[in-house]
Structures are given as structure tokens and as C-alpha cells.
Design a protein around this ligand. Structure first.
Ligand code: PGA
Length: 258
């Protein structure tokens, strides 16, 4: 089963509009001469206030090479939800993906598995693709509950999703202790956990659908780590934070995934 790799840059709360535009244009310039069929699916996730400038920059410079993602959404279509943004509002900017369940959302903003499930269902219903994040804390890893914790996050996030739709979601395995710490999870170990995620997906949606799901690794991905990560059987790309904020390092990661 060949799965097209994804390299996604999660810009988190960085880059104003001007900086966002500069960054996406620099990425575009560096990959514009690469055969687009050879590229992984390249995704950038700016802050909400930069979605329009990044969307315009992408359209002006060839939509097929870079796709847009939002970092979060709310699941209701509209209403009295101060501070929230609906999926249809995100669709206005031609976004294709929405990241949900990032550990920062779970830990800092108290998002529950139930909320993440509602978001996943609403995103799928809207025709966009959720990038669903999961991952264990250092404490959970040391207690030996990593695999059961991740399986539970996946089962809860996908509750009620039709098996055929499961095939199209993207999962990002991001051990929390590896995010922003410079400590990358050993590639063989990341691949082992990701294989476990795939077998959980097979139980939920059947093996054929599970084989189609792209599962990314995230957590201190760097140009120096990507080749080894991509050489693993079940790692289908990367969700990149810090190293996606500089065009040079993000483009090196993209090239390393080819
Ligand atoms: P990092 O972030 O690459 O800076 O560790 C990854 C993420 O949080 O998605």
C-alpha cells in the first residue's frame, strides 16, 4: 500500500500576516521547480488571522504544491460561541486540513476526547480532512501505559466515524515529551507506536481502510531526523513545529521526505 507522505508545518502562535506571507512565499520559491508528483503533500497551518494572506499567496503561486490547514476549529456551525471559528469559516480560505486534538489544545485549553470527536465528525461532514493528534506524556510512558492511552485517544476521537471515512483521516502521533524539547522519539519506537495505531484503526474500520490512513510523527522533527523517520514502514510524514518556522529547515525536511 503506498501512501502519499505529508509534511505539515504547524506554525502555532507565530507569525503575523506579513511574516506569514514571507514564510509561505519562501517555501513556495524553494519547491517551485520540484516535480509536483515527487513532492510529499506539503501543508502549512498558520494562525487564523493569517489564513487569508497565506491562502492568497498559495493561490498566486500554484495551489498544487502547498495546502492550507487551520490549527483548530469549533464543531458548531454558528452561534453564541465567543472566540470560536467554525469549519465553514475556515473553508472560506480554501483550507483542506484542520489540526485537532493537539496536546497544547488538550493540556492548556482543556479539550476533551469528546470535543475532539465532535470536531472530527464535523470536519469530515464538511469535506475537509482532520489531522488528529495523539500522544503520551513522559509520565504515561514511564508508567508503561503509552499504547493503551494512544489506543483510547484514537477510539474516542473516531467514535461514530464511518469506516470508509476513517481511511481519509490523518493521524499525528506526537509524544508530548518530544514536542518543542529537541528530544526526538527514537524512530523505531515511533514506528512501533504508529503500527499500534494502525492496528487500532483496523479494529475500528477494517484492515483495508487502516492501511490507507496516513499517520505522521511529530515532536522535534528536524532536517537531520526526517530521513530515518521516513525510512520506517509506517511513518507517513511529519507534523513539524519549530523547524517549520524557517523556510530553509522546512524545505530541507520536505526534501528529506522525498
Ligand atoms: P515541534 O512541535 O516540532 O516544535 O516539537 C511539533 C508539534 O507540536 O506539532
Amino acid at each position: 500500500m503506498s501512501r502519499r507522505p505529508i509534511i505539515a508545518g504547524n506554525w502555532k502562535m507565530h507569525n503575523n500576516r506579513e511574516e506569514s506571507k514571507k514564510l509561505v512565499c519562501a517555501i513556495k520559491d524553494s519547491i517551485s521547480t520540484i516535480d509536483k508528483d515527487a513532492l510529499p503533500e506539503v501543508v502549512v497551518a498558520p494562525v487564523f488571522t493569517s489564513l487569508d494572506v497565506v491562502s492568497e499567496s498559495i493561490c498566486n503561486c500554484g495551489c498544487e504544491r502547498i495546502k492550507l490547514a487551520a490549527q483548530n476549529c469549533f464543531y458548531e456551525p454558528k452561534g453564541a460561541f465567543t472566540g470560536e471559528i467554525s469549519i465553514d469559516m475556515i473553508k472560506d480560505f480554501n483550507a483542506k486540513f484542520i489540526i485537532i486534538g493537539h496536546s497544547e489544545r488538550r493540556q492548556i485549553f482543556g479539550e476533551s476526547d469528546e470535543m475532539i470527536n465532535k470536531k472530527a465528525l464535523a470536519i469530515i461532514e464538511s469535506g475537509l480532512t482532520p489531522i488528529i493528534c495523539c500522544g503520551e506524556t513522559l509520565e504515561q510512558r514511564e508508567l508503561g501505559v503509552t499504547d493503551s492511552h494512544i489506543a483510547s485517544q484514537i477510539v474516542k476521537a473516531l467514535d461514530g466515524v464511518k469506516p470508509d471515512d476513517v481511511a481519509n483521516v490523518v493521524i499525528a502521533y506526537e509524544p508530548i515529551w518530544a514536542i518543542g524539547t529537541g528530544k526526538t522519539c527514537d524512530s523505531v519506537e515511533a514506528n512501533r507506536v504508529i503500527k499500534g495505531i494502525r492496528s487500532t484503526l483496523a479494529q475500528i474500520a477494517g484492515n483495508e481502510n487502516a492501511q490507507k490512513v496516513r499517520i505522521l510523527y511529530g515532536g522535534s522533527v528536524k532536517p537531520e531526523t526526517i530521513k530515518e523517520q521516513m525510512a520506517q514502514s509506517d511513518i507517513d510524514g511529519a507534523l513539524v513545529g519549530g523547524a517549520s518556522l524557517k523556510a530553509d529547515s522546512f524545505v530541507e525536511i520536505i526534501k528529506g521526505a522525498m
